[in-house]
Design a protein around this ligand. Structure first.
Ligand code: CTP
Ligand code: CA
Length: 229
């Protein structure tokens, strides 16, 4: 099998990956979300586990099966994802946030289905916590924890991604142009640019999400190596 051909280059490394959308309910039968399917995050977890990493995947609602050899925590809302990710984070060597976290949630969750007669006025929104920014602020001291984000953009890809890289205190960010065909939500492929802290931009061709995951994990390994000197 493929497993036997893969070097155990992440052996002994604890890797946290987040995946999928979040669902933000405003009543028992409705929610705000986005079209994320989890494919990118599940591919990252699959690749890291194949390299013998100790992988924990925190996933929002997704129909994908748990990758082999990966510990899976399923969550629904951004706040549940935050709780799960922040609890696991201190023990992790690397964290890759591939989840498409909902930026907003309904301010109130109605206990019963909101009737259409009252619906137009019923929904107000509140900002969700930024999980990745919190991780960037609370990196453990004494060792280098590798922190990786994704940037989902429809315009000004490089500028917006670079701002997130710096603002969230990341090692690198994977910039994703959602308006490009063969990229983004639900696609089996992705055409991304990887931005480093030193200003380097690596433009990748259109690749399968698993191939993108291989490139991302190569970089995670490089960064883990740096932390040892
Ligand atoms: N992210 C997060 N928590 C949030 C929102 C985003 O952890 N509440 C993470 C995503 O998982 C991703 C990165 O932050 O790795 C960037 O997400 P993105 O939606 O592109 O950027 P935002 O900072 O949310 O800014 P905006 O949506 O306004 O462009
Ligand atoms: Ca966002």
């Amino acid at each position: 099998s493929r497993r036997l051909l893969t070097a155990p280059s992440l052996a002994g490394r604890r890797i946290l990956v987040s995946a999928g959308p979040t669902w933000e309910p405003f009543d028992p039968v409705r929610f705000i979300s986005n079209p994320s399917t989890g494919k990118m995050g599940y591919a990252l977890a699959t690749v890291a586990a194949r390299r013998s990493g100790e992988v924990h995947l925190v996933s929002g609602p997704s129909t994908l099966a748990a990758p082999q050899g990966v510990r899976l925590s399923k969550v629904v809302t951004a706040r549940e994802m935050q709780e799960s990710v922040l609890a696991l984070a201190p023990g992790m060597d690397a964290i890759v946030m591939a989840a498409a976290v909902s930026d907003f949630r309904p301010t109130e969750e109605a206990p019963q289905k909101i009737k259409k007669i009252a619906g137009e006025e019923a929904v107000r929104l509140t900002r969700n916590p930024d999980i990745l920014a919190a991780l960037g602020r609370s990196r453990p001291g004494g060792r280098h924890q590798v922190l990786v984000g994704f940037a989902a953009e429809t315009e000004n890809l490089i500028e917006n991604a670079r701002e997130k890289l710096i603002e969230k205190n990341l090692d690198f960010i994977v910039a994703n142009n959602l308006t490009q065909s063969g990229s983004g939500f639900g696609s089996d492929t992705n055409q991304v640019k990887i931005l480093d802290r030193d200003g380097t931009i690596t433009e990748l061709p259109c690749l399968t999400k698993e191939e993108v995951a291989e490139m991302v994990m190569d970089r995670v390994e490089q960064q883990l190596g740096k932390g040892e000197h």
